[in-house]
Design a protein around this ligand. Structure first.
Ligand code: ASP
Length: 330
């Protein structure tokens, strides 16, 4: 298996690397449930969270992941960074890299921001925490961990992703992950919110939500990304959107008993998901949040164990370090 130097997108990951991260994350779920939520694995490591776009789950879970593994964690947001004074992303990146962090986690409105920085900031590892409408790899790894908990294995399963596919980095990362991990994706959206030629990813397309439900093992609801919509007329009204593409109890009743409900958050209750569905027993939405901390611990461990994050040497210490680190975690 190739060592993980950065986590930029699902596109860059191989099947074995995804599997390895899932294996690392699984035992880490328990750490957050202990009375003392602390393990020494990342002691002496420095992690910088650089968030230029708002976030509750992703930013908090990266911060908790680093702190629970004893790393030093610094948070920088758009409002407190020098980009407000006109500094470029590259200069901000170089400045932070000069302070010798081991990992730089970045969320940005611009697609490709993490990839761009990764080219310049060696030896720090760069993690993409969401870049525009492009990719959100740690969300999808978290989803896979949650689905693995529900089913044992995702391969051969069908995940139906519903809503604003056009602007969703989560949907794009799932399309890439489905090819690596052998699951099937159905996409449901109004035509105005489906990207052109998305079927090239090998997914099935639906504009009728009811028709897509039978045979779905998971219904994955997406928020309409108002911040990325260029025009306000992608659908007639919120009420009509909910009627056609919202998940309510009637629709959930069309699904099999085993079908689970996911949402990456933040939810717009009454728009893409009805409140009773969001809070029902088949909803795994809070499991996704809980598992997000474990998956981000796994990612940080794998990166810091790769021998690159924070080491000036590019050789040696790669293979087996992540597993070794896992041994000392718990
Ligand atoms: N939290 C997810 C993301 O950052 C989904 C969303 O914002 O709607 O892409």
């Amino acid at each position: 298996m190739k060592p993980l130097h950065h986590l930029l997108g699902i596109r860059e990951l191989e099947h074995d690397q995804i599997k390895h991260l899932l294996d690392l994350a699984q035992p880490l779920i328990g750490l957050s449930r202990r009375p003392i939520k602390k393990a020494p694995a990342l002691r002496g490591k420095t992690i910088i969270n650089l968030f230029f776009e708002s976030s509750t789950r992703t930013r908090t879970s990266f911060e908790l992941a680093g702190k629970r593994l004893s790393a030093d964690v610094i948070n920088i947001s758009a409002s407190t960074s020098a980009t407000r004074k006109g500094e470029s992303l590259l200069d901000t990146g170089h400045t932070l890299a000069a302070m010798q962090p081991n990992v730089l986690i970045i969320r940005d409105t611009r697609a490709g921001a993490a990839h761009f920085l990764a080219g310049f900031l060696s030896p720090a590892a760069v993690v993409n925490a969401g870049d525009g409408a492009h990719e959100h790899p740690t969300q999808v790894l978290t989803d896979l961990l949650t689905l693995q908990q529900a089913w044992g294995d995702v391969s051969g399963r069908t995940i139906t992703i519903v809503g604003d596919i056009a602007h969703s980095r989560v949907a794009r990362s799932h399309l890439l992950a489905s090819a690596r991990m052998g699951y099937h994706v159905r996409l449901v959206a109004p035509k105005t919110l489906l990207p052109v030629q998305v079927e090239r990813f090998g997914c099935e397309l639906f504009t009728d939500f009811d028709a897509a439900i039978e045979g779905s093992d998971a219904l994955y609801m997406l928020r309409v990304q108002n911040e990325r919509l260029e025009s306000a007329c992608s659908f007639p009204s919120v009420r009509e959107y909910h009627e056609a593409f919202g998940l309510n109890m009637r629709r959930l009743g069309l699904a099999g008993e085993h079908t689970v409900v996911l949402h990456p958050g933040p939810m717009n209750r009454g728009v893409e998901i009805a409140t009773d569905v969001a809070d029902c027993a088949r909803s795994r939405i809070l499991d996704q949040v809980e598992n997000g901390v474990a998956m981000r611990m796994a990612v940080l461990t794998a990166l810091c164990g790769s021998g690159l994050a924070g080491s000036r040497k590019r050789s040696g210490r790669h293979h087996g370090q992540a597993m070794e680190a896992q041994g000392t975690l718990l």
